[in-house]
Design a protein around this ligand. Structure first.
Ligand SMILES: [Zn+2]
Length: 394
């Protein structure tokens, strides 16, 4: 039936690799006596004298001119398509994760933290790093055509391995980020029907400076954490963010911070900026970091731990693990009892999401922004990733 290309192939053409391979395969389907190449072309996705020569030979035999170039939707590809055998779609075509399982996402291993959001609507979505590659699996896509909506933003290519009997598609699709922006990949069957679409956002890496302050104080200083501990949880933060949002946390400083004020037995944060204890701590932020974390023994949103306070209780409640200002100065006060020690990177990644402007995502426990510590997944959705990435640049 038919195959399609994103841009011109051959002499003076754009020569996107996927398009070049398609034209090489199409020429190889043409019999020798009808202007097909002999010997057959190597379908190596690279334009050279053999491929251009084969286009010219085909054109001489079939279309009455020989400029050596196959344009999109023009006479040469139309003639080539009379020899094509690509069928119309018979099974549902879909995009999936490149890898089926990801141990980095223990609550939902079947949803890898790779920048692919299958739940995005109306089309699945992939984050692609600027001048780098991300990958998805194309199911039931066979030899259907892969087209980019904007080759200046993203290009698409089937992943091919060279086996002993020739070049073999792996079923994986490579998407190359050319420039920051949004584009989409279309899959067209042999009848020209769009049978799948993948939305793509190409984004530059955002480096986000992070500073850790291990608070020393008679009442509220951390009793379990010390400078150097960050080496144990920063890697997990980056494993969660790097592929899903193209954000990388970079350590700016980690130090002990002595605060001499009498802060009682818990850092009391009622009203954040208006209560004295919150600003007394966060004013020590490192201005060259974009996310400041203060480790304390206990942080609370009530005042029942304050000796002499109106609501003082001998058994104060422990209702929160950490408090982070949504956006704003991006300060976080994080207590010793916050979650499992081995899961610190995940809990801090959640707090970083708040610092990047995200609210708790109450609906889905598989999401990183779900509110309950140690009971959440690590998925960052398309909408969250794009907002976080934008805010990380501010
Ligand atoms: Zn939260």
């Amino acid at each position: 039936m038919a195959r399609f290309i994103s841009a011109a192939v051959g002499a003076g053409g754009v020569n996107l690799r996927e398009d070049v391979r398609v034209i090489q395969e199409m020429l190889n389907q043409v019999p020798d006596g009808e202007g097909g190449p002999s010997p057959l072309l190597d379908t190596d996705s690279v334009v050279g004298p053999l491929t251009i020569g084969a286009i010219r030979n085909f054109q001489k035999r079939q279309v009455g001119f020989n400029d050596g170039r196959v344009d999109t939707n023009n006479v040469t590809i139309n003639k080539l398509n009379t020899f094509d055998r690509t069928p119309a779609s018979s099974a549902a075509v879909s995009f999936r994760h490149q890898q089926p399982l990801d141990p980095l996402n223990p609550l939902n291993q079947a949803d890898p933290l790779d920048g692919f959001d299958a739940t995005a609507a109306p089309f699945p979505w992939l984050l692609v790093p600027f001048q780098d590659v991300n990958r998805v699996r194309l199911v039931n896509g066979g030899s259907f055509s892969l087209l980019t909506s904007n080759r200046n933003i993203a290009t698409v290519e089937r992943d091919i391995i060279l086996g002993t009997i020739g070049r073999i598609p792996t079923g994986i699709i490579n998407i190359q980020g050319v420039a920051a922006g949004d584009a989409f990949i279309r899959v067209l069957d042999g009848a020209g029907n769009q049978v799948a679409r993948l939305d793509v956002s190409v984004r530059r890496r955002r480096n986000l400076g992070i500073a850790f302050h291990y608070v020393v104080n008679a009442g509220v200083g951390t009793q379990t954490r010390n400078p150097g501990d960050e080496a144990g949880f920063l890697p997990l933060m980056n494993q969660i963010y790097l592929r899903q949002a193209n954000i990388q946390f970079r350590l700016v400083s980690a130090r002990r911070l002595t605060i001499t004020d009498n802060l009682g037995t818990e850092v009391n944060t009622i009203g954040l900026q208006t209560n004295g204890e919150w600003p007394n701590i966060v004013r020590h932020r490192n201005g060259s970091a974009k996310f400041n974390v203060f480790f304390v023994r206990e942080v609370e949103t009530d005042d029942d731990g304050e000796p002499g306070g109106a609501n003082f209780s001998a058994t104060p409640t422990d209702s929160v693990d950490a408090i982070t200002e949504i956006g704003g100065n991006r300060d976080c006060i994080f207590e010793d009892a916050a979650g499992n020690a081995a899961n610190m990177g995940e809990t801090l990644a959640h707090e970083a999401g708040h610092a990047l402007g995200e609210l708790d995502d109450g609906a889905n426990p598989l999401h990183l922004m779900f509110g309950t510590t140690d009971a959440r997944g690590r998925k960052i959705t398309k909408a969250q990733a794009l907002r976080m990435h934008q805010n990380a640049g501010l």
